[in-house]
Design a protein around this ligand. Structure first.
Ligand code: HEC
Ligand code: HEC
Length: 359
């Protein structure tokens, strides 16, 4: 009878060391680690053929009118899945006045775009600014960002071009074997979504700590996490993506100023026409945030500490001290996960009959 008692005691003690962190107990219901394997998309099984096609399309600039811009131009996987900022495009309007949010872990967002106007990754591609970013400028009448009006024709162009590239005819057939005419824009969206769902970043120090590895966070990062939760950052930035799950007004307590919140972008109001949605945006994910400067939809600071400080004032009415800002920033750096390793696809070549780029 004595042996089981000892085993039992040893078990309890081993368990105790992983349980002994009151901070973890306090926060573990608020957050969730990124899984090791990509999630399955609802009703969209990921076959190797669909995945390969989606990856090619993601990197193919021939989806754009001028054959210059691919998804990867604005969502560079080598740079945290974002990367193109308004300072490198000539006109802010080319991006609809907004910073490209990262595609990494986007599959875990409840909606896509800063204003949530796309329900999922496929719908995002269907409304993508990629096909003709300049159309956004034309379509933007006043303080709203809407989907490009000319999408129908440009979708057609994209499909015409793909049909005139023999390698794609093959690739679409393999990816959608049950369909008689698989090269349709809907399938472009489906394939790209399947590829994007693989762009996840597991194993961040914070996730390892959540799972019980006490040493994965530094003391300073733990202090930062405690501040993040106690001050109320986690009221908005929570869940698996530390954001991406709710909408909130930018400037709930205090207007952050036109530099950060340009008065002509009314956020979700453009979609719902609800006055209470003025300046309301999707709360962005903070995963990999150290890799995705500049910050805010307005693209307006390259300094993560400043972003933290602005948040404290605008969203919580709190002036955080230098040392609090520093700890929170250190904590945010623990959200950087293992970046996806993507082997660049070899794209099927254009042939004589493939339509040429258009200005
Ligand atoms: C010219 C730059 C540009 C190109 C090219 C581009 N995007 Fe974007 N993307 C943006 C901008 C800007 C936004 C935010 C727009 C908004 O919220 O109104 C965005 C938003 C997104 C989002 C939403 C993420 C989130 O967290 O809300 C996803 C996903 C995305 N793009 C994927 C793609 C894919 C896939 C392609 C290629 C088919 C693509 N993008 C091409 C600039 C670009
Ligand atoms: C009331 C909800 C809310 C609270 C509380 C809140 N945030 Fe935010 N956070 C947002 C929204 C909304 C945005 C997007 C603002 C924009 O650009 O339109 C944002 C943006 C950010 C960004 C920029 C991310 C990027 O990719 O551009 C960081 C960093 C951030 N928050 C950190 C924090 C920290 C740290 C706290 C606590 C001090 C906090 N937030 C509190 C809603 C909130």
């Amino acid at each position: 009878m004595r042996l089981p008692m000892i085993v039992c005691l040893a078990f309890l003690m081993a368990g105790a060391s992983a349980m002994a962190d009151p901070l973890r107990d306090q926060v573990k219901s608020l957050f969730e680690p990124i899984p090791e394997t990509p999630p399955a998309l609802p009703r969209e099984p990921a076959t190797p053929e669909k995945l390969a096609l989606g990856k090619m399309l993601y990197f193919d600039p021939r989806l754009s009118e001028n054959h210059e811009i691919s998804c990867s131009t604005c969502h560079n996987i080598s740079m945290g899945g974002g990367g193109l900022s308004e300072s490198v495009v000539q006109h802010r309007e080319q991006l609809g006045g907004r910073k490209p949010p990262t595609v990494l872990n986007a599959v875990f967002n409840k909606w896509q775009f800063w204003d949530g106007r796309a329900a999922d990754l496929k719908e995002q591609v269907m409304n993508s600014v990629m096909v003709n970013p300049r159309a956004l400028l034309k379509a933007r009448g006043g303080p709203t960002v809407i989907n490009p009006a000319e999408m129908e024709t440009t979708k057609q162009h994209a499909v015409e071009r793909l049909k005139a590239i023999p390698g794609y005819v093959e690739a679409f057939k393999k990816a959608f074997p049950a369909e008689a005419d698989p090269i349709v824009y809907d399938n472009v969206g489906r394939a790209i979504a399947v590829f994007e769902a693989t762009l996840i970043t597991p194993d961040a120090p914070f996730d390892r700590w959540l799972r019980g590895d006490d040493r994965a966070l530094t003391e300073k990062q733990k202090q930062g996490l405690a501040i993040f939760v106690d001050k109320g950052c986690s009221n908005c930035h929570n869940g698996i993506n530390i954001g991406g799950g709710i909408y909130a007004r930018f400037g709930v307590v205090q207007n952050p100023g036109s530099e950060f919140l340009p008065p002509d972008d009314w956020g979700r109001f453009a979609i719902t026409k609800n006055l209470s949605d003025k300046y309301v945006f999707k709360v962005p994910s903070l995963r990999n945030v150290e890799l995705t400067a500049p910050y805010f939809h307005s693209d307006h600071t390259w300094d993560l500490k400043q972003a933290v400080s602005v948040m404290g004032e605008a969203q919580l009415g709190q002036q955080l001290s230098e040392s609090e800002i520093d700890s929170v920033t250190q904590f945010l750096k623990s959200l950087t996960g293992r970046q996806p390793e993507v082997v660049l696809p070899i794209l099927p070549p254009s042939v004589a009959a493939t339509p040429r780029p258009q200005p």
